[in-house]
Write a protein that binds this ligand. Structure first.
Ligand code: MG
Length: 252
């Protein structure tokens, strides 16, 4: 069952999203060669708590970090630690913020200094796919319209979406129904109604679409070791169309 949110509840999720965006902006400015992912994590946790909110990921099924920090061929769910960012890396930063019982979730992949042409293309395609998916969050559309828009956007650029990792409904819980695959048929699946809120999150490998689990039981890597990217928004269906509740792009 998809739990729809009232306009007031959507506003509360946007308040969590506002803290998330400010956290993300701060981390993007710190993401330079030499910083460790643990330092980014600590800065995020400190800021989120200073805003009267909590990092949603911390303790989730035992996850130790406040953010996920996933460099290079790591796609998602990286545990922050001693990894030191270096020039030419791409680093995926995923943040969850809970404020007054409502959750917002968003991610970006950032370049660490100058990056390769291939990496730039990967980031650009994945970011565009997110916007193409979010644009489909219109009442009367179907979930498959979101999924299909992402898939077409990625595949038309010769890259592959990862099929075993999906987006999700979000609200009082970080993970609610439905699952939001990054591939599918337009017009299929549940209808998107006003008050539907989804975390839309294309995850894309520069190489093949397969992934493997890391030894820590959390991190997920591209199977072939190719670079990976992850961009995510929390988006609500409103009478005025899609409303991005985590507008990190507006701070760019
Ligand atoms: Mg998510």
């Amino acid at each position: 069952m998809i739990i729809r949110k009232t306009p007031e509840q959507v506003d509360q999720m946007a308040a969590a999203g506002d803290i998330l965006v400010r956290t993300m902006t701060m981390l993007k400015s710190k993401a330079r060669p030499g910083i460790t992912t643990l330092e980014l994590d600590e800065a995020a946790e400190k800021f989120i708590r200073s805003q009267g909110a909590t990092p949603s990921f911390k303790g989730y099924r035992g996850f130790p970090g406040s953010i996920c920090a996933s460099p290079n061929s790591m796609v998602v769910h990286g545990i922050p630690g001693s990894y030191e960012c270096k020039r030419g890396d791409v680093l995926s930063i995923d943040i969850g913020v809970t404020k007054d019982g409502w959750v917002a979730d968003a991610a970006v992949t950032v370049p660490i200094g100058p990056i390769s042409t291939e990496a730039k293309q990967l980031l650009g395609v994945t970011r565009n796919a997110l916007f193409d998916g979010a644009r489909q969050m219109v009442a009367g559309n179907h979930l498959g319209d979101v999924s299909n828009a992402i898939q077409r956007s990625v595949e038309s650029n010769g890259l592959s979406v990862i099929r075993t990792l999906v987006g999700h409904g979000i609200g009082r819980e970080m993970h609610e129904e439905p699952q939001v695959p990054n591939f599918g048929e337009a017009g299929r699946g549940p209808e998107l109604e006003i008050g539907t809120v989804l975390a839309i999150e294309p995850m894309v490998n520069a190489g093949g679409p397969l992934v493997r689990m890391g030894d820590d039981g959390w991190s997920v890597f591209s199977e072939d070791g190719s670079l990976a990217a992850h961009f995510e928004f929390t988006v609500a269906v409103t009478p005025d169309g899609p409303r991005i509740l985590t507008p990190w792009h507006e701070a760019e």
